[in-house]
Every structure is written in structure tokens, then in C-alpha cells.
Design a protein around this ligand. Sequence first.
Ligand SMILES: CC(C)(COP(=O)(O)OP(=O)(O)OC[C@H]1O[C@@H](n2cnc3c(N)ncnc32)[C@H](O)[C@@H]1OP(=O)(O)O)[C@@H](O)C(=O)NCCC(=O)NCCS
Length: 260
Amino acid sequence: MVDREPNVSRQASRQRATPATSRAMTRVIEPLDPEPVIGAPCAVNLGVPSWPDWGERRGYSGSGTGVNICSALQLPAADGQPARIPPMHRPVNKQVHLTEIRRADEPAFLALLNDPDMSRFTCRLPYPYTREAFEKWIGIVTAAAAEYGEPIHWAIRNAAGELIGGIGFDNLIKGHRAEIGYWLAKPYWGRGIMSSVVAKACQVAGREWNLVRITALVFENNLASVRVLEKCGFEREARLRKYFSRDGEFSDAFLYARVS
Ligand SMILES: CC(C)(COP(=O)(O)OP(=O)(O)OC[C@H]1O[C@@H](n2cnc3c(N)ncnc32)[C@H](O)[C@@H]1OP(=O)(O)O)[C@@H](O)C(=O)NCCC(=O)NCCS
């Protein structure tokens, strides 16, 4: 059975999805392709951004080499044209697909992310979420796409092509490891969407980039995200004490890893 998709822009700012309502919502996710997910098995056949270190990662190093690719943003592209994010399209199921993040997504980012419930469990999603925050983000996304030759931060879209979330990788070292982060617009919570999307992202990372280790850092009380990770074959490796700092408060993080 397929639910009607809600109008994101209208509902995002006013709907408050509680865990109880989330669990009560009807699942709409179709199974992914029947091929098994490479690497560690996902419990279910199926990432601002937790982006926990927004502050630290202004000196973002996409390759993990210590090179600050943000500085590349200040350099003209070789052909004198502004850098652009190459288009991509990856289906997840009948309701959801992944594409590159576009400049035209700015209004949706502002509408969906200006919500304390969205930023509560992330350190990289500022609240309020401003145009400047989107500018910084699109700069990071563009620079990373240029470095890797393809987008590594993706828009999650519904069947109508509307932006409903984001997922991506940081510190990607092809052939080895990366850190995943993600968010989903509140009206879509509790339908199994992110479990499917994370599984798809792990599949891409395993098959195309040969990653053997994908990590995620989660606020200890982000139970929905913990559940998503565990359903996708991630295991808890550590509690990182006082790892997150937000609005002057420190919180513990759980380090999750999916190793194949
Ligand atoms: C975390 C988030 C991505 C989850 O997306 P989602 O599409 O709702 O997740 P799913 O529906 O695939 O799975 C959620 C699971 O958590 C469970 N869950 C939800 N709230 C819960 C709670 N308070 N306690 C325990 N489990 C909970 C759901 O029941 C479901 O498990 P189930 O399939 O076994 O029933 C979404 O809530 C979000 O974007 N939050 C804000 C940003 C964020 O936290 N990003 C992640 C940072 S690490």
C-alpha cells in the first residue's frame, strides 16, 4: 500500500512527528533490488548531516589527507568556469531516489531544516538554518564532488522529485573507509525511508568504492538513528564521552561501524 506523500513545504514547519506517531505510520518502502548488499549483511534488505563536527570540519578534508579542500573553493576552476556538481540518479525504491544536491534546492533546505527537532541531534545543521549555511554546504558539496569526480553528498527525493532529505560521506578514502551522515524531513519520519537509503548508500560504497569500513557518530539519545544503523548492519564500537558540543553543552556520542 502506498501512502499519499505529504506536501513537504507546507507540513515541514508545523508537523511534529513523535516516536509514537512515527511507529504508527504505514510503511511504504518497496524492497530494494534483490541482490545482496555487499559486505556486512543488513538486517533489512534494503548520510548537517550528523555532521557532528560542523565547527571542526570547516577545514573539511574530503580525502582524509589533511588537505583543506575548502580552500579549493577560492581557486578558479581550470577552465575558468565555476565548479558544478555532476548530475547523478540512483533509485532506492519506487518512492525514493537519490540525486546530486542542486543550488535550486536552497528553498527546500531552508524550509525543512529550520526546525530545532532537525538540528537537535546534529552539530552540523545549524539552527536557525540560514542561506549562508546553505552556501557553505553547497561549497563543501561542490568541492568534494570535484575532488572525487562524482557527488558524494546526495539529495533524497520523493517520486515527484521534491527534496525530502540528505545523505553523504565525509572523510572518504576509496578502497578503505568513510563516515556517513544523513537527515530526513520530519513529515517522512517513521516509514523506513532512511533505513532503505542508508542501506543503498552502503551498497554503493561497498560495490563502487570498495569501502570496508563505514562509520557513523550518533548522539546517544538519537534512538531512531541508532535503530537505522543497527538495521543496516552497523555495530556500536564505542561511547565517545563529551564528544559533541552544542550550545555550550557536551554530550556523549556512540561510534557505530559497518565493517566488511
Ligand atoms: C534519524 C532519522 C534519519 C530516521 O529516519 P526514518 O526514515 O524515520 O527512519 P526509519 O523509519 O527507517 O527507522 C527508524 C527506526 O527507529 C525507530 N524509532 C523511532 N523513534 C524511536 C524511539 N524514540 N525509540 C526507539 N526507536 C525509535 C522506528 O520504530 C524505526 O525502527 P523499526 O523500523 O524497527 O520500527 C530521522 O529521524 C531524522 O532525520 N532525524 C533528524 C536528523 C538526524 O538525527 N540525523 C541522524 C544523525 S546521526
